[in-house]
Design a protein around this ligand. Structure first.
Ligand SMILES: [Zn+2]
Ligand SMILES: [Zn+2]
Length: 287
């Protein structure tokens, strides 16, 4: 059975009318048996999930790769919407690197007035938003679903810690890297996997922008070629690029694909928001 990857948000911190903030949905199964794992929760994530037919109550877990604001701007929206759209106590599992618990506690504190208003107004809402925070650094992550999930440290320094996630199901495996430069942790996650979702920036373009704040982004992100090289080292079937800096016009990205293809021989997916990629087991690898 395949894993489905939906690029919910392919944007970056730069507001873009066409691209929501960083968010990727990994799903297996269908209808009532489906499991949905949301990796990062950037700007507009619930709008894009609605377009994909998935609501906040449907999420099996939210997983954060790191605590850069653009990767969790709408986590508060996910928490609140899940809470008011479920009718029995349904904790939201939030997985992330060390520091995630503190961020979630502060988010809930900021939502305090709203939580109070709603509990006062709705007699049947007798609990505040239930969340289970799981802080991770390396190794398997024990969630209740049928998907085997693991993580490894990535290198997005000075943003520390940061992690990438791997999802294994039915012989297929997809890795979601988040923001990182090539590193041993990501290579380890990719061993024997089928697909890699990787954030990228065009260093060849950014390097010509005479703004120090843009120059600063060069040393902790991967270029399409670096993401491609990671995919090639692991002999993956598919590389899925997202988090395009600078923004790619709708329907564009062929030049990005060419750069990745210069070092990676497999399938390369680049898309607009809601682009879907099915990841199947590779019979040739005996997985
Ligand atoms: Zn980042
Ligand atoms: Zn980012």
């Amino acid at each position: 059975m395949s894993l489905q990857v939906i690029l919910l948000g392919t944007g970056s911190p730069m507001p873009d009318p066409n691209r929501a903030g960083p968010a990727t949905l990994i799903s297996v199964g269908a209808d009532g048996d489906a499991e949905h794992y949301l990796v990062d929760a950037g700007r507009g994530v619930l709008m894009r999930m609605a377009a994909a037919g998935v609501g906040a109550p449907d999420l099996t877990a939210v997983l954060l790769t790191h605590l850069h604001s653009d990767h969790f701007t709408d986590l508060g929206d996910v928490i609140t919407t899940r809470w008011i759209m479920t009718f029995e106590r349904t904790p939201l599992t939030i997985v992330g690197p060390v520091g995630t618990r503190e961020v979630v506690e502060h988010l809930l504190a900021a939502l305090g007035p709203d939580i109070g208003y709603r509990m006062t107004h709705h007699a049947d809402l007798d609990h505040s938003p239930p969340v289970d925070v799981v802080e991770v650094s390396d190794g398997p992550i024990d969630l209740a679903g049928t998907v085997d999930i693991s993580c490894a440290p990535t290198d997005h320094r000075p943003v520390e810690p940061s992690v990438g996630f791997r999802f294994d199901h039915g012989g297929a495996a997809v890795v979601v890297a988040g923001d990182t430069v090539p590193c041993a942790g990501l290579d380890k996650l990719c061993e024997g996997a089928n697909a890699l979702v990787h954030t990228v920036i065009r260093k060849d373009i950014i390097t010509n922008i005479a703004l120090q704040r843009m120059q600063d982004t060069l040393d902790y992100h991967s270029s399409p070629e670096e993401a491609g090289a990671t995919a090639q080292r692991a002999d993956l079937d598919t590389l899925i690029l997202t988090h395009y800096v600078p923004p790619v016009p709708p329907g564009g990205g062929d030049d990005w694909r060419d750069l990745a293809a210069s070092v990676f021989a497999g399938r390369i997916e680049i898309g607009d928001d809601l682009h879907r990629v099915d990841v199947d087991p590779d019979p040739g690898k005996g997985t």
